[in-house]
Design a protein around this ligand. Sequence first.
Ligand code: SOE
Length: 387
Amino acid sequence: MSIVRVGMIGYKFMGKAHSNAYRALPMFFPAVWKPEMKAICGRDAGGVEQARVQFGWESAETDWRDMVTRDDIDVVDINAPSDAHKEIAIAAAAAGKHIFCEKPLALNLADSIEMLNAAEEAGVKHMVGFNYRFSPAVQLAKKLISEGRIGTIYHFRGLFLQDWIVDPTFPLVWRLQKEIAGSGSHGDLGAHVIDMARFLVGEFQEVIGMSETFVKERPIPSAMTGLSAKGDKDAPLGAVTVDDATVFLARFAGGALGSIEATRFAPGHRCTNSFEINGSKGSIKFDFERLNELEVYFTEDAVDVQGFRRVLATDSTHAYMDAWWPAGHTIGYEHTFTHEMREFMLAIEEDRQPVPNFVDGVECQAVLEAVDKSIEERRWVAISELR
Ligand code: SOE
């Protein structure tokens, strides 16, 4: 097999990002097995057909159950809202399909463990969509840390700040409903930061947090809408059942201290997914709004030129960059998905589990849940209390 036949469930924001990645792969990474865009699936026949044509899929389905059992599909890609992940993933595993699932893996830790068990029992490959790991600048941060160039890590300071719901008339979209999304900023944005911290610093040991829902009721939208929805101030109001912001402190198993903030109430911050790491030999700073750059500081530099320096991670020696453009020609958000799907295709080709996989999804979910428990019980919670 040098072709991997994909069936994808979901066709909105992430569906578009994944489709773009599948299309780009054979052109920019021709050496890895090629994804074949077999079928796209969504509940609304008109909407999914439009996406099929626009994104370039071969066929469309309106019932995911029909799709996961199709003989002509090797991979099920799940990017429907979070409440659908578990049932689809378990059915896909039972049908022997490899699974790609968007983050957060599930609505809660118990569900994520069920998904992992199902995938492991079926012996299929499984991957979770923590796409930010795949920015070349983040890969450079990982390399510097692995080579000991930052030394012993003392601090991880992570932020994911957005501002798309500051307006109180912004509608009650699915991301603001606990039964569909699982949580708010915490699971949507905090999950990315937790994954980044696990990737770069290691496992969390204990956490303590606080959270707030600043706008408690919002207009109920007349149709399923996304991040760019517009408010209707005359519509009836419904309760927001997730956090608008969650902030927590952490201690890592390796001894580092962490602070993590996820909010959708930071005016001016459209997508500030950033971190700073301080170690005994230096510091690293990354901000996704400038994703091609990594700021580094080394204590070993001569004192008269010491200071943070900006490294443009676009050289052919930086991860994935030899596939794209000559040095200095930057890449964007969509490339993180292409790199992520490259890892998925390569893992299938090499018959190994991709990384990050459902184990990482479960570990992230455990940290999310430990923070929730700490908020409820107003105390430090060890991750081991949940596992
Ligand atoms: C919306 O908050 C969102 O699109 C998240 O769902 C994504 O995971 C994040 O990458 C960007 O923001």
